[in-house]
Design a binder for this molecule. Sequence first.
Ligand SMILES: NC(=O)CC[C@H](N)C(=O)O
Length: 371
Amino acid sequence: MSLKQLVLEDGSYFVGEGFGSDSESIGEIVFNTGMTGYQEIISDPSYCGQIVTFTYPLVGNYGINRDDFESVDPAILGVVVKEHCDTPSNFRSEETLDQFLEAKDIPGIAGIDTRKLTKIIRRHGTMKAMITSMDRPVSEVLEILNQTKLPIDQVSQVSTIKPYVVPGRGCRIVLMDFGMKHGILRELTKRDCHVTVVPYDTTAQEIDRLKPDGIMLTNGPGDPKNVPEAIETIKELIGQVPVFGICLGHQLIALASGADTAKMKFGHRGSNQPVKDLKNGKTYITSQNHGYSVSRESLEATDLELTQTSLNDESVEGLAHRLHPVFSVQYHPESSPGPEDTENLFDVFLENIQADKKQQKEEATCLNAQI
Ligand SMILES: NC(=O)CC[C@H](N)C(=O)O
């Protein structure tokens, strides 16, 4: 067992037992409050550039299996836990968390008082942090952290490089990949959609050539303002075909519609975030992972309607366009991990597409009759 240290930008530091890879890493430290779902969290590309603290005290007890990945190559920069389990017990388990992190060159640190660490992050907000060996004095690590600028090109790191097709007999969907979780693709293919996954910087003209019935905008890492090309594309797409945005996709719809986004102090990351639907009065328990949110006041000057809010802090959780079949949510209806309360939103998207097709047909018949 080798000792490692976790040093935070504000000077706090923790010493723990190293596991996973021995490499050093610098990233934004955040915390996730989910009690299960570590494999999905670790492989969710939205965590690109971040070191994740798990507040649940035991991580790794059901191992790593081949089915629950949300991406092929995890983009997370480090894992912080109280205790990791080296003797997983589950019929699907193929390797331990330690073995997986080592194979993927992701450093882990265990034996950390994650409650104390989380309190620090809640008080100060998310900040830069480094996982490193004990060889470096804390003052040196702080100097490195001071001089490090965290990258802002995370979306281009995790988006697909080339378009690809997942065939189906149903609706033709173009999925703009900003760091897609496989769960989103799974929900669409489950509904027999013909999905073309395209890179984040695909233009509206290129998308138009694919003749989509609907566009999905995925989750993804970083600040939505760091993908201005996608904001321009979405501006052009709104009004052309039905659009459904998830998480980063939701934030991009807001920016494309003239609303604003801002960084939250420590974000929402967990599997039990309560959301209120303002239309039907229901509360949904949702899975979330975001550090930015749409500014509520900025919605007034736009054509966007607030449809859902967080019951924890009243932040914006859902939006719908007043004029076009465009809607979005800040949370993850595909769950993975987390509750499946809002999975029906994929059906709402497909219903919007059917309604839009019907309307287009009627308009064409009307036009033919006039001629
Ligand atoms: N899961 C996501 O898509 C996250 C969106 C964005 N990167 C945020 O942190 O707010």
